[in-house]
Write a protein that binds this ligand. Structure first.
Ligand code: BG6
Ligand code: MG
Length: 218
């Protein structure tokens, strides 16, 4: 039987945390006196915390000392974490559990490939940690998506070639990282933003077992 590596992004793919990242960044932008829109937010998806702050400051045309930046980075993460205190499995996005269960049933390899440094506690709180044969997160890589480092490392840990790896991503940067890494990119979201993905689904409820079977067998 064929074995493939199925690599999942976390925020916006497994859990609905993109909205909390948005709220925490919006608060900082508002405190600095400018608006932060959902359109702006697309630029931050899949992007590391440090790089996200730089993008926000560019949007607001704010220059700041490293000390001020460090303060905002701490504030953003504390604010973000406050949304996660009561997190449980209800935060898992619709359709994800059936796909994770089906991949296990088919004896496929599963990895996490996330930019977040908060990935492990989120997997623990949502009860999904045990599904993963490998976890690569923001603590393990030095190059942010669209650099493919995070996915290449995940494939390597699973002893799988990039061309036998499938990446589920909700961010433009993440889809690009999968493509650059020579993997099969599956966008989860809107065609208007994720048109570079090889396959696209609005969410996991739209994905059926035949699609997964075809990925396994091809
Ligand atoms: C990505 C999110 O998964 O993780 C980004 O899409 C976020 O919005 C990045 O900035 C880093 O996350 P964290 O939890 O380390 O701040
Ligand atoms: Mg994401």
């Amino acid at each position: 039987m064929n074995t493939k590596a199925f690599i999942f992004d976390l925020d916006g793919v497994i859990v609905d945390t993109a909205k909390y990242h948005f709220l925490a960044w919006e608060k900082i932008a508002n405190e600095l006196g400018f608006e932060f829109t959902h359109e702006n937010n697309e630029l931050l998806k899949g992007v590391s915390r440090v790089r996200s702050l730089d993008i926000i400051l560019e949007i607001g045309k704010v220059t700041a000392s490293q000390e001020a930046k460090n303060r905002w980075l701490i504030q953003k993460n504390e604010d973000y974490l406050s949304y996660l205190v009561d997190m449980d499995e209800s935060e898992i996005l619709q359709g994800v559990m059936p796909i994770l269960n089906y991949l296990k049933e088919r004896n496929q390899l599963i990895a996490l490939g996330s930019a977040s440094k908060n990935a492990r506690p989120i997997l623990e709180k949502t009860g999904t940690l045990d599904f993963f044969d490998a976890i690569v997160d923001g603590n393990d890589v030095s190059n942010a998506k669209p650099d493919p480092e995070v996915f290449l490392l995940a494939a390597k840990l699973l002893n799988t070639k990039p061309e036998d790896s499938i990446v589920f991503e909700d961010s433009v940067a993440g889809v690009q990282a999968a493509n650059i890494g020579g993997m099969i990119s599956v966008g989860i979201g809107e065609a208007s933003t994720l048109h570079e993905a090889k396959y696209l689904f609005k969410d996991f409820t739209q994905m059926d077992k035949t699609f997964i079977d075809n990925l396994i067998n091809n």
